[in-house]
Design a protein around this ligand. Structure first.
Ligand SMILES: Nc1ncnc2c1ncn2[C@@H]1O[C@H](COP(=O)(O)OP(=O)(O)OP(=O)(O)O)[C@@H](O)[C@H]1O
Ligand SMILES: [Mg+2]
Length: 427
C-alpha cells in the first residue's frame, strides 16, 4: 500500500504529475541535483553494504573520514568507518523495513561527531537496495546532553531542597514541642508550687493532731521532720496552728493536683501518641479544648477566648495533626495581639463538612503579605521568633484531610482563619 493510501489522502501517482516534456531522465537529473544540494549524506547500498550511489555530502563525509584513501578503497560502507552500519541495524531493517539510530563518527577531520543514521529498505520484501541518510546531529545531541545534565543537577538540587525542607519541618515540630513544653512546665509549676506549700503548712497541724491523739512513734517522726524549722517550745506553743483550716489546705491541694492531671491528660489528647498517624473518628471540640489548654500559657496574658461551639458530629481525621493546626492558628492569633485582645473559636456543621473558625482582633495581615502567608519560611516575626512554617504545615495537614483553609484579614482590625473539613474522607 502506498503512503498516500495509508494516510487516506487522495494524491496522484508521482509519475502522473510529470509535466509534458519532462521525461524520466530529466526527473532523474533534477533529483540527482537536488540530492547533491542536500545537507545530509544520502546513499544507496546493496545487501552486503556495498555503495551503489552516494550524493555529494556522502562523498565529502567518506573523504573527511578517510583523507588518505582513494575512491576505490571506499566502495564498501565498512571502509568508511567500521560500525557505521552494524549487523543488527541491517537485520532490523530487513525485519521491519527501516532502522534509525545514532552513531559516533570519528575521523582525522571529523572528530567526535554524532550522526543520526536512517536506513530504509527500498526493494520488494524489504530487500535491497537500502537507502541511507546520515545526518550530523552533534549540536542537537550536545544540547540534549546538556539538558540531561541540567535535569540531573535539578533533580539533585530538588532532593536536597526536599530534605532541607523536611529537616526544617522537623525543626519546626521540635520548636513547637519546645514551646509547648515550656508552656506546660509553666502551667504545671503553679499548682505544684501551691500543693507543695500547702503540704508544708500541713506538717505542723498534723504533728499537733498526732500529739493530741497520743501516737508517740508518729509524733517522734514528725517532731524530727519539723525540728529544722521549729524547736520544742515553739511546737508546744503552736496549738493555735490547729486553727489553720486543714480542710481548706487539702481541698486547695486536691484542686492543684486535679489541674496537673488535666494538663497531663490534655497533653496526651493533644499528641495522640498511641495513634499518631491513624485516621479515626474524633471530636473536634475535644481537640480544640485540649489544644487550648496546652497553649493557654501563651494566650492567657493577652486575650480572652470566646468559644461558640455548634453541634458537630465526629469527623474522620488524624487528631494529633488537626491539633497541631489548631495550635498554630491559636498561637498566631495570640502573637498578633498586643494585649487585651479577643480570640474567637466558632464551629458549625454545614452539609457534609464542619467549619471551624479561629479569629482574633490583632494587628491583621497587610494585603501584600496575604498571598504569601502559606509559603514555607514566610514570616514577619523577628529572627528567632518564627520559622514561617506554622501555616505551611497547617495547609499541608488540611489538604491531606481534603479540606480547605481560608483566611480573611483587615489590617488593624483582625484576622479570621476558617477550616472546612469533610466529615468523612473520600474513599
Ligand atoms: N492571626 C494572624 N494575624 C496576623 N498575622 C498573621 C496571623 N497568622 C499568620 N500571620 C502572618 O503570617 C506569617 C506566617 O505565619 P506562620 O504561622 O506560617 O509563621 P510564623 O508564625 O511567622 O512562624 P512559626 O509559626 O513557624 O513560628 C506570620 O509571620 C504573620 O506575618
Ligand atoms: Mg505561626
Amino acid at each position: 500500500m502506498k503512503l498516500h493510501q495509508q494516510i487516506g489522502v487522495d494524491m496522484p501517482d508521482p509519475v502522473a504529475v510529470t509535466a509534458p516534456g519532462m521525461d524520466s531522465a530529466a526527473v532523474s537529473e533534477y533529483l540527482t541535483q537536488y540530492m547533491n544540494a542536500a545537507q545530509d549524506a544520502l546513499l544507496l547500498l546493496d545487501d552486503a553494504g556495498c555503495i551503489q550511489y552516494c550524493n555529494l555530502q556522502a562523498r565529502l563525509l567518506a573523504h573527511s573520514l578517510n583523507p588518505d584513501k582513494n575512491q576505490d578503497e571506499l566502495l564498501h560502507l565498512r571502509d568508511w568507518q567500521p560500525g557505521l552500519l552494524s549487523d543488527s541495524a541491517m537485520h532490523t531493517c530487513r525485519e521491519s523495513g527501516s532502522w534509525i539510530g545514532a552513531v559516533r563518527i570519528a575521523g582525522a577531520v571529523l572528530r567526535n561527531r554524532i550522526a543520526q543514521v536512517h536506513l530504509v529498505a527500498l526493494g520488494p520484501q524489504r530487500t535491497q537496495p537500502f537507502a541511507m541518510c546520515i545526518r550530523d546531529i552533534t549540536l542537537e545531541y550536545a544540547r540534549e546532553q546538556e539538558l540531561h545534565e541540567r535535569n540531573a543537577e535539578l533533580e539533585i538540587a530538588y532532593t536536597k531542597l526536599k530534605s532541607a525542607q523536611e529537616m526544617a519541618f522537623h525543626t519546626e515540630k521540635l520548636a513547637s514541642i519546645g514551646q509547648l513544653a515550656a508552656g506546660v512546665a509553666h502551667e504545671i509549676n503553679n499548682p505544684i508550687a501551691y500543693v507543695k506549700s500547702n503540704l508544708n503548712m500541713l506538717r505542723l497541724p498534723l504533728a499537733q493532731l498526732l500529739r493530741q491523739a497520743r501516737i508517740p512513734e508518729c509524733e517522734d517522726d514528725l517532731r524530727q521532720a519539723v525540728s529544722d524549722e521549729l524547736n520544742e517550745d515553739a511546737m508546744n506553743a503552736c496549738d493555735e496552728a490547729l486553727a489553720i483550716d486543714v480542710r481548706d489546705l487539702i481541698t486547695e491541694s486536691l484542686e492543684g493536683v486535679d489541674r496537673v492531671c488535666r494538663i497531663v491528660s490534655d497533653l496526651k489528647d493533644f499528641s495522640h501518641q498511641d495513634q499518631a498517624e491513624n485516621w479515626t473518628m474524633a471530636d473536634v471540640h475535644a481537640g480544640l479544648d485540649s489544644t487550648l489548654n496546652i497553649v493557654w500559657n501563651e494566650i492567657k496574658y493577652k486575650a480572652h477566648v470566646v468559644k461558640s461551639y455548634g453541634d458537630l458530629p465526629l469527623i474522620e481525621c488524624i487528631p494529633s495533626q488537626l491539633n497541631q493546626v489548631f495550635m498554630n492558628l491559636l498561637v498566631n492569633a495570640s502573637q498578633a495581639i498586643d494585649n487585651n485582645g479577643i480570640i474567637t473559636i466558632t464551629s458549625e456543621c454545614s452539609g457534609d463538612q464542619v467549619r471551624i473558625s479561629i479569629g482574633d482582633n490583632g494587628k491583621g495581615i497587610p494585603a501584600e503579605a496575604l498571598p504569601r502567608i502559606f509559603d514555607p519560611f514566610f514570616t514577619t516575626k523577628d529572627v528567632g521568633h518564627g520559622t514561617g512554617l506554622g501555616l505551611a504545615i497547617s495547609y499541608g495537614v488540611i489538604a491531606k484531610h481534603h479540606g480547605v483553609i481560608e483566611v480573611t484579614s483587615v489590617p488593624g482590625e483582625g484576622t479570621l482563619f476558617m477550616l472546612k473539613l469533610p466529615i468523612a474522607q473520600p474513599r
